[in-house]
Design a protein around this ligand. Structure first.
Ligand code: HEC
Length: 183
């Protein structure tokens, strides 16, 4: 996963903390918003490995406001990242171009797992909290609803332009000739 250096993120978070919500950030204290999921089929205690609400309109509706209230201040309004945190519209981007249907489904499942794990545990590096844990605050229904919402915002990767043939060959040759010249 391509992520900025911890230092950069720390600096960005610091900037954000001053600009957006000094109280919340300065104390590492988050005011989470309760999410009402009563209108969704209940999922019980056992965490699912895959999003059971994929494409559900009610889940998408709930996920839209749950995201806006709990995630948008870092991950951006409508999940368009301003650079502070990863752009969650892109989280299963690599799965979308997978041609083999079995591998594609396995890819979505893996990302689903990673998503709920990230949301439950939050993100901590070198003792610094980059994202607070949502376990015990948002239930499984709310977290899957957020994922269902994000799935409606997926950005398809540009197809043909990506397949630049042997793009790594050129710099390698250029490097060789230039180093020969120097010698
Ligand atoms: C205080 C800011 C903040 C809030 C609030 C926040 N996040 Fe994050 N989130 C981050 C940062 C920063 C990272 C990247 C951490 C890293 O790279 O170690 C991250 C990473 C993630 C990742 C992993 C993304 C990836 O590409 O690896 C997921 C999934 C995620 N957040 C989901 C959520 C959800 C869902 C919510 C709301 C319920 C949320 N986050 C709320 C800051 C936040």
């Amino acid at each position: 996963m391509k992520t900025a250096s911890p230092q950069l993120i720390a600096r960005l978070l610091l900037t954000a903390s001053c600009a957006i919500s000094p109280m919340v950030f300065a104390h590492g204290d988050v005011t989470p918003q309760a999410v009402d999921t009563k209108t969704l089929p209940s999922l019980g205690e056992q965490w699912r490995e895959e999003n059971p609400y994929r494409g559900s309109n009610e889940a998408i509706r709930i996920g839209t406001s749950a995201f806006a209230q709990n995630c948008a201040r870092c991950h951006g309004l409508q999940a368009v990242s301003g650079g502070i945190a990863p752009d969650l519209r892109q989280i299963d981007r690599d799965c979308l171009t997978q041609k083999d249907e079995t591998k594609k489904q396995a890819c979505f499942k893996e990302i689903d797992n990673y998503f709920t794990l990230s949301a439950k545990r939050g993100k901590t590096r070198n003792g610094a909290v980059y994202m607070p844990p949502f376990e015990g605050i948002l239930n499984q229904e709310a977290i899957w609803s957020i994922k269902a919402y994000l799935e409606t915002l997926r950005v398809m990767p540009a197809m043909p332009a990506m397949a630049a043939p042997q793009s790594s060959a050129k710099p390698a040759i250029a490097e060789k000739t230039s180093s020969k010249k120097k010698l």
